[in-house]
Write a protein that binds this ligand. Structure first.
Ligand SMILES: Nc1ncnc2c1ncn2[C@@H]1O[C@H](COP(=O)(O)OP(=O)(O)OP(=O)(O)O)[C@@H](O)[C@H]1O
Ligand SMILES: [Mg+2]
Length: 209
């Protein structure tokens, strides 16, 4: 059993806490701490199953994990059962920060902003090329990986919630679905992060998408 020290804490979403793997700096451990009201336990279990199912499909099919954090199964820890994922780090070894953190950062540099803008169509092309079906794409579920070749990397909300998940198997259906999900992602960026308090350059970049 793995022992997770609170010092290994990386971040927290609405349902899960994320820790660095104590024995492998390339991996992280995610533990569910809260069941959402809507759908309750069943809803969370379903979403996790969808995630695992999608990763099973992807593991057979894709070799390029540059814009999606890989999944390595389950692991028992002192905090309970965790899901093991690839931990995304920048070139300098720091854990990559979320796109949301960058967009809300008052000191975001011009270079970072340009790179983020360039990474958005690359992410879309990557999802379509590999037929990767996500649920909603949200800025808090993507990290910006800073390096010589920066990427936006999806870290959460993988899976297809359709009753008949045809998009997983038929690429043309998958592409249509990814286009729809991506349009909603761009709308979400504009609706959420274009604000009066945001730096002018962030608002301008988002308007130009
Ligand atoms: N693979 C990863 N690499 C780097 N950081 C990560 C990774 N996975 C999670 N994190 C960090 O931990 C936070 C919480 O993880 P995650 O988004 O998986 O939790 P969640 O509760 O499922 O989220 P949500 O509220 O969207 O349901 C993220 O916002 C991010 O800052
Ligand atoms: Mg999340």
């Amino acid at each position: 059993m793995l022992i997770i020290d609170k010092e290994l804490f990386v971040g927290k979403g609405f349902h899960r806490e994320c820790y660095q793997h104590p024995q492998d700096h390339t991996k992280c451990l995610k533990i569910t701490f809260k069941q959402p009201k809507k759908g309750g336990k069943k809803g969370v279990a379903k979403a996790l199953k969808r995630e695992v199912d999608q990763y099973k499909i992807l593991n057979k099919r894709i070799t390029d994990w540059s814009m999606l954090s890989n999944y390595y199964g389950e692991q028992e820890t002192n905090l309970g059962k965790c899901s093991v994922f690839e931990l995304i780090r920048d070139d300098n070894g720091q854990v990559s920060r979320s796109l949301e953190q960058y967009l809300l950062e008052p000191n975001l540099t011009e270079t970072e902003l340009i790179q983020i803008k360039q990474c958005i169509p690359l992410l879309k092309a990557y999802l379509i090329k590999n037929n990767i079906i996500t649920q909603k794409i949200l800025a808090r579920n993507i990290v910006f990986q800073r390096s010589n070749t920066p990427f936006l990397v999806i870290i959460d909300d993988i899976g297809n919630s359709d009753f008949l998940p045809l998009a997983n198997y038929v690429k043309t259906v998958g592409e249509k679905k990814i286009n729809r999900i991506f349009s909603r992602f761009i709308k979400h960026l504009k609706n959420t992060y274009i604000t009066e308090r945001s730096p002018k350059k962030v608002n301008e970049m988002l308007r130009s998408l």
